[in-house]
Ligand binder design. Structure first.
Ligand SMILES: O=C(O)CCC(=O)C(=O)O
Ligand SMILES: [Fe+2]
Length: 316
């Protein structure tokens, strides 16, 4: 059995490199997504103090009492604001995950053509910097996502703006998560995040405050994904899998319960989504005689709705 290697790439090779370096970056990224679905990114240029400030904010946020947090709950089927313990479950499970989280979505000015397409963000009045810091972080993550997806256009022989047009003012979501320490009353079947695939195009995941993330290799083994401080883990989701006709599969992953020290874990995945009416159609270069077209076209919004029902966040 071959050993799975998670590649480490430096985004500067793409943003500042010559054509040859850019191409190499693109090929390494695509190969990493095809081999194991995850790569680790350095040189992304997000200020470490912005990342740390957001971690501090969410520690304070989740440290509030439940009554305060619940003021921000049940908003747009959990698409914005606070979602409490046990609410979300993976597609084929009924036991809820051991996490609480907060969603920040696309922030557009009132009157913008897409304003009505997205639920409005809510902001915790108890954490004054939360809005400013999370929106700055969101914009920076959008920038990194744009670069990463642009690299894929080289591999798939697409026009340069193919993906950046899809995600421009898109429905991306910053999910800020708290996994609390385990307690005896918790369901023994429950895990921090049960195995699942992400719904979106790609996910950017700044290194979490503790280990636990694992990916399922193509050989069917669980492999821990460890990132150092200031590295970003990048993985492929269902939407990318669908438009690449499964040339890039959506990789299954999970967050296991702590084995050693029983501490809280915080993480901040950024789910990169197209705008809602964007049509997800299979990329022509991904259809061949051996790999005929597997999916009809669907809008990003329609696809997301199907998946949110499946994971229990919204009703049919
Ligand atoms: O917390 C993590 O490290 C990953 C979380 C995750 O996979 C998700 O929320 O989709
Ligand atoms: Fe995930």
């Amino acid at each position: 059995m071959s050993k799975t290697i998670i590649r480490t790439l430096n985004l500067k090779d793409f943003t500042h490199g010559k054509a040859e370096e850019r191409r190499r970056f693109a090929e390494e990224f695509a190969a990493g997504l095809m081999d194991c679905g995850f790569i680790i990114l350095e040189g992304h240029g997000i200020d470490p103090s912005l990342i740390n400030q957001n971690y501090t904010n969410i520690e304070n946020l989740f440290g509030l009492d439940l009554e305060s947090k619940n003021k921000y709950g049940q908003i747009s089927g959990g698409q914005r604001g606070y979602t409490g313990f046990g609410k979300e479950h993976a597609k084929n499970r009924t036991v809820g995950d051991l996490k609480e989280f907060w969603h920040v979505g696309q922030e557009l000015p009132k009157g913008h053509a897409l304003y009505e397409d997205y639920p409005e963000n809510v902001w915790p009045e108890e954490i004054p910097n939360f809005r400013k810091d999370s929106l700055s972080f969101y914009r920076e993550l959008e920038r990194v996502a744009r670069n990463m997806l642009e690299a894929l256009t080289i591999h798939f022989d697409l026009r340069q703006n193919f993906f950046s047009d899809m995600i421009h003012e898109g429905n991306s979501v910053l999910r800020m998560i708290h996994y609390p320490p385990l307690e005896p009353h918790m369901d023994p079947e429950a895990v921090r995040a049960a195995e699942h695939e992400d719904i979106n195009l790609i996910t950017l995941l700044c290194s979490a405050t503790a280990s636990g993330l694992e990916l399922l290799t193509r050989d069917g083994e669980w492999l821990p994904v460890e990132a150092e401080e200031n590295q970003i883990i990048v993985d492929a989701g269902d939407m990318l899998s669908r438009i690449t006709n499964e040339v890039i599969p959506a990789t299954t992953h999970r967050v296991v319960n702590p084995k050693g020290e029983n501490t809280s874990r915080y993480s901040m995945p950024f789910f990169v989504h197209p705008y809602s009416s964007c049509v997800l159609d299979v990329i022509p270069s991904c259809v061949t005689e051996e790999n005929p077209q597997k999916y009809p076209a669907i809008t990003a919004g329609g696809f997301l709705h199907q998946r949110l029902v499946e994971i229990g966040l919204i009703k049919k």
